[in-house]
Design a protein around this ligand. Structure first.
Ligand code: NDP
Ligand code: 2IT
Length: 458
């Protein structure tokens, strides 16, 4: 059914969105990352409110921007020198309209309330897009795992879980990994949770080791999923990864498996990075070297050039976007592509961007890509593969069985295709054909909003 949207309705919707945005700024001063994530979503939802005023009447926006619960706590632990250290822990339980809170834990010195809230807010819409019954949450700590011994990491994670466990449960809130949290940290946290609870609730954490309830393909899921999503965007223009030149920032979990899948699909990945700098290998990155350096030896990416002397290492992260490429996959951290970097990528002929990281492009950078007809896969759609396979891990834990790598990979692939399709359809339906930022935001929002209406004012 076509609804005629009057100018009056448009204005009313715009005013509503603007008033909620102002409320967010007033209630959460100095939280610039959170403001940015809210602005991106709210701007794209105006056509939804103009078309369906019921969402305004039910106060959906005012409720959705306010976390259901925010927990902040002290994490004391003793380092290898016997010195007491204190970090701050967080868990933001943002929205449980469609399922238990679900989202990763980030351990990085930059972690604060703003970063955890932006990530938790994004997670609501991302999780909805997967089509699975998972709400939105996020947590973490300003603990820096770099340079810590395994025993220090164990003591810290045990202390962290000793407080966090009160808020978790397989049907309540289910954390996973993010920056600085991988299989090792999840293992320690699972052990401590099990000990405190006195029972084996496998589905309380995802990203677990395969020996104790983990899912095959979870390690690969975010990177593979991002490449599957970009493949769909490319296919809409009759293109593929075959023979394309690709630049991928980061060299962590998401980057490594994005490199792997892009290479499997016939692309040449010529650059990757870490928080110190980037390597440019015009012959194509040797992934085995990157995996060994980063996953096993936990060394700096600069070491790569010692084994591959034809490659060049450059200090600093931003320069990676000056390398000409067909496809760029930012897979490190937030705001790593600013307006200037976006312009450089466009000048150098980039065809597609796939956001493997959360909010890696600034709002200005996104404008540059969209105004220049670059295929743009926004984070909450393009990196949803990780949490999607986390939900498949929860399903396997509940059933007490394990699917094969091929089974999980096939489900992941089909979920990424569905996310692409639903984003394309929503963008078209609401008058922004081809704009996947608008499409993903609207498609993710509507399901959560309808569930909130059905459950009353809670
Ligand atoms: P990892 O900790 O495995 O890797 C992070 C990578 O990014 C490392 O190479 C790290 O460098 C680099 N990095 C981290 N912080 C910065 C910074 N401030 N500046 C420059 N480089 C930085 O994390 P993940 O791969 O898991 O996460 C990467 C991104 O993907 C994050 O935005 C995360 O939120 C997002 N994401 C992750 C998912 C997952 O399943 N893991 C799912 C969806 C999104 P160094 O080695 O020097 O620390
Ligand atoms: O940002 C993300 O989606 C993640 N870090 C993964 C969350 C999860 O629960 O698997």
């Amino acid at each position: 059914m076509t609804t005629v949207i009057t100018e009056e309705r448009q204005t009313e919707a715009q005013q509503y969105v603007q008033s909620v945005y102002e409320l967010v700024i007033q209630r959460n001063p100095h939280e610039s990352e959170f403001h940015q994530a809210v602005k991106e979503i709210l701007d794209s939802l105006t056509p939804v409110f103009a078309k369906h005023p019921k969402y305004m009447q039910h106060g959906i926006l005012e409720r959705i921007v306010e976390p259901e619960r925010v927990v902040s706590f002290r994490v004391p632990w003793v380092d290898d020198n016997g010195k007491v250290q204190v970090n701050r822990g967080f868990r933001v339980q943002f929205n449980s309209a469609i399922g238990p809170y679900k989202g990763g834990l980030r351990f990085h010195p930059s972690v604060n309330a703003s970063i955890i809230k932006f990530l938790g807010f994004e997670q609501i819409f991302k999780n909805s897009l997967t089509g699975q019954p998972i709400g939105g949450g996020k947590g973490g700590s300003d603990f820096d795992p770099k340079g810590k011994s395994d025993l220090e990491i164990m003591r810290f994670t045990q202390s962290f879980m000793t407080e966090l466990y009160k808020y978790l449960g397989p049907d309540i809130d289910v954390p996973a990994g993010d920056i600085g949290v991988g299989a090792k940290e999840i293992g320690f946290m699972f052990g401590q949770y099990k000990r405190i609870r006195g029972g084996n609730e496998a589905g309380v954490l995802t990203g677990k080791g395969l020996l104790y309830g983990g899912s095959l393909t979870r390690t690969e899921a975010t990177g593979y999923g991002c490449v599957y999503f970009v493949s769909e965007m490319l296919a809409s223009k009759g293109q593929s990864f075959q023979d394309k030149t690709v630049v991928i920032s980061g060299s962590g979990n998401v980057s490594i498996y994005a490199i792997e899948k892009a290479q499997q699909l016939g692309a040449k990945v010529i650059a990757c990075s870490d928080s110190n700098g980037y390597i440019h290998d015009p012959q194509g990155i040797n992934l085995q070297t990157v995996k060994r350096l980063k996953e096993v030896e936990r060394k700096r990416i600069s070491e790569y050039v010692k084994e591959h002397p034809h490659a060049v290492y450059t200090e600093g992260c931003k320069g990676i976007w000056s390398i000409p490429c067909d496809i760029a996959l930012p897979c490190a951290t937030q705001n790593e592509i600013d307006e200037q970097a976006a312009k450089l990528l466009v000048e150098n002929g980039v065809v597609a961007i796939g956001e493997g990281a959360n909010m890696p492009s600034t709002l200005e950078a996104i404008e540059v890509f969209l105004n220049n007809q670059v295929l743009f896969g926004p984070a909450k759609a393009a990196n949803a593969g990780g949490v999607a396979v986390s939900a498949l891990e929860m399903a396997q834990n509940s059933m007490r069985l394990s699917w094969t790598f091929e089974e999980v990979d096939a489900k992941l692939h089909s979920i990424m295709k569905n996310i692409y399709q639903s984003s394309v359809s929503a963008a078209e339906e609401y008058g922004h054909p081809g704009n996947l930022v608008v499409g993903a935001n609207i498609s993710g929002f509507i399901k959560v909003a309808d569930a909130m209406i059905a459950q009353g004012v809670v």
